[in-house]
Design a protein. Sequence first.
Lengths: 499, 170
Amino acid sequence: MTGQFPDDLPAGQPEQSATHPLPAYVPPPGDSPPPDPRTAYAPTALIDLSIPRRTHPASPVVLAARIVPAVYLGMLLPLGGLWEDIGLIPAFGAAIATILIALVAAGFGWWSWKKLTYYLDADGDLRVDSGIFQRQARRLQLSRLQSVDAVSPLIARLLGFVEVRIEVAGAGDSRAVLRYLTKSQAEDLRTTILAKAEQRTKSEDATSADVDGGEYDPAAPPNPANLANQMDGELLARVPMGRLLGSLLLRTTTVTLFILTVLFILFTIRTQGVASLAVAVVTGGVPLFAIISEFFTYSNFTLSRTRDGLRLRNGLLQTQTRTVPVGRIQAVEIVAPLLWRRFGWVRVQLTVAGVGGEGQETGRAVLLPVAPRDEALAIIEQVMPGVAVDDLPWVSAPRRARWREPFQWPFLAWAATDQVIATRTGRITRRISFAPHARNQSVRVMQGPWQRALRLATVAFDVAPGPVSLSALQVDLPTARGLADAQADRARLARLHQA
Amino acid sequence: MTSHVHEVDAAFAPPQENWVRVSPKLITARRITLVLGSLLEVAVIVALWLIPGIPTWIAIAATAVFVAVFVWAWWLIGRRVRSYGYAERETDLLVVSGILIRRLVIVPYGRMQMVDLTAGPIDRWLGIATVQLHTAAATTDAAIPGLPPDDAAALRDRLAARGEERSAGM
């Protein structure tokens, strides 16, 4: 599927398979080579997963510890008076209650720990059986493995434990979370799963021609370290916290709402009423909440390129990981809000088919929450070789389009290259959207009465549902049908070449 | 304005000699739906005339508005149905529709994921059906209503066959 935009960039992935030992090989201490930072974490033990295994026995304790802060606060704050009523110092009473609750939680944790096992079945798929009352049997097809991640939420990190998340592509049972393992256990498990996945992928490659990511070379020997490297990938971008915060504050909606808030507060002071203060709480509170939640979501954002595609990792307290196979990218949009342009920032979002194996057909993925425009364009060019956004042959809307689109008409344009169809819209928030011809599903020409009088038409390029839509607005009428017919041909031919 | 009419028509012109038009039975079907949809309004207007105490001018105004809208909708249905057309090219299907807002959609056969054939009770009674094309995009919006059932089934089969042919090897 990736014929149009090959994953294997010549400058991209370093070839490592030949130079690194299999993880099963333990180099004797003393003369081991200096660890390569890219493989330094790659552990050396493969574990036997044919027998059912459990998570770390201390898991119930970690599970219980996780809820302690919230339970303690819950016991202390609302029930402060109650503790005094029964003659206890609130802090002490709450502590006792918290310990009791934590013990119960640990008990249930122990029970569910007893009931959870993971192993590889005869088919080489990973099974996770769990559940105290309601038994759950999860089966993850390792040949479709997307990622194995060791994630450490705050409390678990303090106690030295990590949770392992295993994700496979596709609908249904696509994800398993193992809580908790020690760091080294997690790494061993990861290596083992990667090694098995590599074997499975190879054997399936041999039998099936329908493989996503044609860059895979079935001739190479299975090498978990190599696969791990490729899964971790090459870092393409990182978003600094300061820039993220700045960009969230400078979003058009945020700024508008904050200005409104200030106006409401001034109005309140003048009229000495309180009604608009309530409005101010909403107009000020909603964007504040949005900023905080997006800040938590997109903190520590990194984008890397892996064997399976682009790896997006982000999150302050909890790390989210998503793998976006390049071949599944349906459309790309570069968004530049008014106040970001001062700093030359843009956001890049994607419509992706089958995001992260969450069972959705298509969905949204933020490729870069905020990045300098040049950096963003360079990454886009690397991800989709040959797509140079600044060199697109834009065809602008004719001048008379200003009677239909008085604000955005100077920015309206479309462009077609041999790879993509692109559109440019917006005035306050500018958007450049493009889609590979192979992802363009159909083409529409539309014309309302006002457009008819102005001899204009809109040409829409349909792509899979998601955040990106492509419409060439206010196209000069004589060229509109030609554009539509030519684009339908380009879309058809792109798919033919891929097949 | 007259000099532009030619251009407008060119933008929505058929690829060959003519669009394949849909059956005029669709006009009947849609007008039946219009009448059924108007029953409630008719009941309200009858009530306005019958209930004592309501000024006659209100009843007259309501009746006038209703009749005007009804006649306009009745007339528009005829024009809209006559605006539907489709053309099968070698590599793609074209569907055209609309009077006030004109639409043309081009769907390459290789992009079709599904072809639906549907007919509601009124459609079945009159002997027409709708062929709808689906691609991976939700916005594709390519439906051809008002086809005689045999034509519709034949069109669906042709489209499905071409779709398979074009996407073979995927």
